[in-house]
Design a protein around this ligand. Structure first.
Ligand SMILES: CC(C)(COP(=O)(O)OP(=O)(O)OC[C@H]1O[C@@H](n2cnc3c(N)ncnc32)[C@H](O)[C@@H]1OP(=O)(O)O)[C@@H](O)C(=O)NCCC(=O)NCCS
Length: 155
């Protein structure tokens, strides 16, 4: 089983990505956190809130985040599952994550590989999102389940 581990071909590249993640999680301003993660290869539009202690999967930065998104903080956005190496043929469960425009991710949410969060969808605190969430949908729990569709308030 150990022979199937990913070989680190570029340890300096890995160290650089780890440093960028550290800064992306801990930098004191939102713009710095976003900049660090962009440098690590994550696609991030113009977020409304990009909180601290957000763990992004910089080793497989196949993550795309739209505009006006809220990521409250202490969230995990994961694009690989190397826990499956040796159990599933030909892959480490590397799958892209998409967070569409206006989506709001509450505190302490885990988004698993392959998930798309729809436009203006809301994910409740503490959820683990295992499947796609439709636009404008509130989803909560572990695993996250849609509980209702939300209508924006118009003035
Ligand atoms: C999702 C949230 C916004 C609540 O939305 P809401 O529209 O008021 O939802 P409701 O209270 O109508 O809840 C609907 C159902 O989901 C449940 N629910 C709500 N939030 C939940 C959560 N985080 N986890 C599990 N279940 C939750 C409620 O208990 C309710 O269940 P019921 O119908 O069986 O009673 C809120 O719970 C939440 O998670 N807030 C985020 C807090 C946060 O991260 N703050 C920092 C933001 S910057």
């Amino acid at each position: 089983m150990r022979s199937t581990r990913i070989k680190d071909k570029n340890p300096m590249g890995t160290a650089w990505k780890m440093l960028l993640r550290y800064m992306g999680m801990n930098a004191p301003s939102q713009s710095l956190r976003v900049k660090m993660y962009r440098w690590a290869g994550i696609k991030i539009g113009d977020p409304f809130v990009f909180g601290s202690h957000i763990f992004m999967d910089v080793m497989f930065p196949n993550i795309s985040i739209g505009d006006d998104v809220i990521l409250a903080g202490y969230d995990y956005v994961l694009s690989h599952s190397n826990v499956l190496w040796g159990y599933k043929a030909g892959e480490g469960g590397i799958k892209p994550v998409v967070i569409k425009n206006g989506a709001r991710i509450s505190i302490n949410v885990t988004i698993l590989p392959g998930v798309t969060i729809g436009e203006n969808a809301v994910i409740g605190a503490g959820a683990v999102v295992t499947k796609d969430i439709p636009d404008n949908c509130l989803a909560v729990g572990v695993p996250a389940k849609p509980v209702k569709f939300l209508k924006p308030i118009t003035a």
